[in-house]
Design a protein around this ligand. Structure first.
Ligand SMILES: C[S@@+](CC[C@H](N)C(=O)[O-])C[C@H]1O[C@@H](n2cnc3c(N)ncnc32)[C@H](O)[C@@H]1O
Length: 213
């Protein structure tokens, strides 16, 4: 029987409805962020460090959400930041947040695999993105095509304590299917795309990857 890729319509609808509450996570007190949601801040810092390691890079932010990472990346010296997302409400928030950088940003609304994106980019970001992606190899291959330097991406990993609650919350409550990864799988995915330096960290339950050509 041919395998079918699940529709991403529920993910799109979820992030259309939840744009404001997702964005508000970044407003939580530093203490709460550090103790309960350290991942959001850690992955943004990894993106900033990658951007700073290039001279005024062009940056593509896949699943850019409300532009919370874009803001830091532009501040860190990106000469251009292109954000792609299929949630109109997320992009509206991103446009408002990044208004002061309007000459250096471009927002593209659409599914990343179908979107018309003109590369190349020195840095490609995919933060909090692969959680919702069934055919991750195809998405990574497209990111790789557009990238001449670094990909910085986060991936969830299975956690015996938090995993079942997270699955129930997303899949039963929000009807959004989520995916977990292993370090071996990530190593293979990135090396299959031609990356030679693949740094994989597991600071909490998920993985942070910085892969360079
Ligand atoms: C958890 S949010 C992360 C937002 C941002 N990267 C951050 O770290 O703040 C994931 C985002 O990916 C977007 N997204 C998921 N699948 C997508 C796809 N196939 N094409 C474009 N955007 C997608 C969602 O709409 C959502 O805004």
């Amino acid at each position: 029987m041919p395998s079918q890729t699940p529709s991403n319509a529920p993910v799109k609808e979820h992030f259309r409805r939840k744009a404001f509450s997702f964005d508000a996570l970044y407003n939580e007190q530093r203490f709460v962020q550090r103790r309960i949601r350290p991942g959001l801040i850690r992955r943004r810092q990894l993106a900033v460090d990658a951007v700073k390691s290039y001279d005024a890079p062009r940056v593509l932010d896949v699943g850019c959400g409300s532009g919370r990472v874009g803001e830091f990346v532009l501040e860190a010296g990106a000469r251009e930041w292109v954000g792609v997302d299929f949630s109109d409400t997320m992009l509206q928030l991103a446009g408002e947040r990044l208004e002061r950088y309007k000459d250096r940003i471009k927002l593209i609304e659409g599914d990343f695999l179908q979107a018309d994106i003109a590369g190349p980019f020195e840095v490609v970001l995919a933060l909090g993105f692969f959680d919702y992606i069934p055919n991750s190899e195809a998405f990574l291959a497209r990111m790789s095509e557009l990238c001449t330097g670094s990909i910085v991406a986060s991936f969830p990993g299975w956690n015996t304590l938090k995993g079942p609650v997270r699955k129930l919350r997303y899949e039963l409550l929000h009807h959004v299917k989520i995916y977990d990864y292993t370090a071996a799988q990530l190593q293979k995915m990135f090396s299959d795309c031609g990356f030679s330096q693949i740094q994989i960290d597991r600071p909490g339950s998920g993985f942070l990857v910085h892969a360079r050509r």
